[in-house]
Design a protein around this ligand. Structure first.
Ligand code: 5GP
Length: 187
């Protein structure tokens, strides 16, 4: 029997509510969230080692050269990547691992780990998406506009994912994702 944990990719445009959904999922002790590295600046109360590992471009590129990422991509001119070591360790301990990453990263993971499960969290509408992004109060207007433009590019890519879940009401969305995980684990 293969007791290796699942690798799950969760994507969706900024403001779709992926972060909130993921926070609910990791309340289950068998699920771990990979903490990504990024070269973007911390936002609001974000702390190094909690939301992200905040790295300089030099540090990030060194880690790329050393093969330290299972995937990495550029999003709005900044690097984002998933450190390889914790993901491999957790999976070998039988923990399911979530990567909350954008669409290019998902493409790379699918090639590297073909049995991963990909879930796209879809906002109910562009209006709701914009409201949620503005409601964060941590973004500059320029960043909000860039994220909304990026969202328009990302939404059509949802069809490449194994599952698409609309995040209208948080509880329903979380329940649907949990159901997907249960189903996949039975396979
Ligand atoms: P944010 O700046 O809003 O925290 O994240 C911007 C985008 O980068 C989001 O879509 C987020 O899911 C994605 N992201 C976060 N970490 C990673 C990562 O390690 N790899 C990739 N490819 N995308 C990431």
């Amino acid at each position: 029997m293969n007791s290796e944990g699942l690798l799950m990719v969760i994507s969706g445009p900024a403001g779709a509510g992926k972060g909130t959904v993921v926070k609910e999922l990791v309340k289950d002790d068998s699920i771990r969230l990979s903490i990504s590295a990024t070269t973007r600046a911390p936002r609001g109360n974000e702390q190094d080692g909690v939301e992200y590992h905040f790295l300089t471009t030099e540090q990030f590129e060194k880690m790329i050269d050393e093969g330290g990422f299972i995937e990495y991509a550029k999003y709005l001119d900044k690097y984002y990547g998933s450190p390889r070591k914790p993901v491999e360790e957790w999976r070998s301990q039988g923990k399911d691992v979530i990567l909350e990453i954008e669409v290019q990263g998902c493409e790379k993971i699918k090639k590297a780990v073909p049995d991963c499960i990909s879930i796209f969290i879809m906002p109910p509408s562009m209006e709701v998406l914009e409201k949620r992004l503005r409601g964060r109060g941590t973004e500059t207007e320029e960043n909000i506009i860039r994220r909304l433009e990026r969202a328009k590019e990302e939404l059509p890519l949802a069809e490449k994912y194994d599952y698409v879940v609309v995040n209208g009401a948080l509880e329903d969305c979380v329940e649907q994702v949990k159901e997907i995980i249960r189903k996949e684990k039975q396979k």
